[in-house]
Write a protein that binds this ligand. Sequence first.
Ligand SMILES: [Zn+2]
Length: 143
Amino acid sequence: MNKGDVKIVYIKKNSFIYIIGGHISVQYQILEALIEHLSIKFIEIYGDVLKEIFDIGTDDFFKDFISKIENSIKHIPNQIGKIINVYCRICGEYVNVYVKDSLIEDAEDYPVALVYMHHGHSLLLYIDADFKVRGAEIVSITG
Ligand SMILES: [Zn+2]
C-alpha cells in the first residue's frame, strides 16, 4: 500500500505479520523480496527462542536484529532477484525493473505478467522463465 511518500508491504506467515516500508521510489518487488527473505531468516535465527520471548529481555532478543536488517537491505535484493531492462515507449527510454526470483521461479504459467508503474503510466510486462521480457504494453490501471 501507499502511505504518503512511503510504500508499505506486509505478509502474514503462521502467527506473524511482517511489515516493511520503503521510500516511494523503491519498487514493490524489492520490498516483497526483502520481506519474504527476512521472514524466513527471522524464523531461522530466532525461531528457537521465540517460545521463550517472554522469559528473556527484548533488548537481548533484538540485540543484533537491526544490524542484520541493515545488512540485508544492502545485499539481499541482488541475491534473490534480478534487474531487467525494459523499454518504455511513452518516455522513450530504458528503465531498470527489479523482479524477485520467486515471482518467476514459483510461477505456474509463463510468461509472468507484471505491472510496473512508471512516471504516472503503467507498463504491463510479460516475463519468461529466463527473466527475458517477451512483451511490454502500456496499460490503464483502475481500482
Ligand atoms: Zn515511462
